[in-house]
Design a protein around this ligand. Sequence first.
Ligand code: NDP
Length: 337
Amino acid sequence: VVLKRYVTGFAVEDDMEVVVDTVGLRVPAGSTAVLLKNLYLSCDPWIRGRMSKHDDGAAVPAPDFAIGEALANFGVGKVIDSTHPGVNAGDLVWGMSGWEEYTLVTQPESLIKINHTELPLSYYTGVLGMTGLTAYAGFMEVGRPKRGDFVFVSAAAGAVGQVVGQLSKIAGCYVVGSAGSDEKVDLLKTKFGFDDAFNYKSETDLAAALKRCFPDGIDIYFDNVGGATLDAALLNMRQGGRVVVCGMISQYNLEEPYGVRNLLDIIPKAVRVEGFNVGGYFDIYARFEEEMAGYIKEGKVTVVEDVVEGIESAPAALVGLFSGRNVGKQLVALARE
Ligand code: NDP
């Protein structure tokens, strides 16, 4: 899947193109690299940022894609050939790969070996991969929950949100989620164990909805969306509350960002507002993987995935993240083994 043109506003499927190219099934002689057969591609909102042309010096998490270049993101793959010490043909790994069926990974040190092959490999695009680590690092390390805390999570049925909600229950908190459809709200309450949930699209007053759900206020707001939801949450924070700024998906496609109005509430309530980047937390990955695999096996964490089949389905799956088409972690299955 290659980028056809730089994107302004919302990405559409036609901004990408599936092209056919051939690849040798051996690492070229003289180079240190790993040839991966990609099994599962992860669809993540952050890729949208790399599809625009940034020539204004703005802080970006990774360089813009080049036109005609395959998109790249986290994925799960099987090693076909390797000239890198410590990586062998047959190994199952996850990490940065291309949006293609086979990828020559020239920085193999970024690949992580999959330990829990008894669990579905696709989980390493989500709950056991980057988005699970995001939920864990953001909630546990940045949010620092205490038993009995009142927690609010937005985009709660998505990849990060569903894990944050379940970690909240494990930590003994009261958790409410918001999502963009009644189907997702139902999922939050029946599948993921949220104490309450609401459909933000059918609420006329978000601040009033939060007041209804949290009469005594919010201790931790795990923000995945920014914009009007962040504004409403700020009005409802408790003394000493924490806003974990994970993402602002409502803003990624706007030319004019939403101006948050209620920042003054941070001062008298001594609210800590802290952003974080999962890239800074890979040093805790091994601990996280063991803990999360344990929760999954004990049935304390349930996973909902939205799986589409085949590389041709990838552009639509990516675009769908920005209209909430995905129910759960969005991924693309290319091959099972
Ligand atoms: P999701 O699986 O949650 O998918 C995105 C969801 O966002 C959609 O399903 C939709 O759900 C919701 N959404 C889309 N547009 C809007 C909008 N305009 N307003 C409100 N909600 C919207 O994605 P992820 O779990 O992968 O990512 C969640 C957030 O975490 C994103 O902001 C992402 O950028 C961020 N992130 C941050 C990281 C970090 O290091 N800080 C790392 C990884 C992710 P709905 O139907 O409920 O509207």
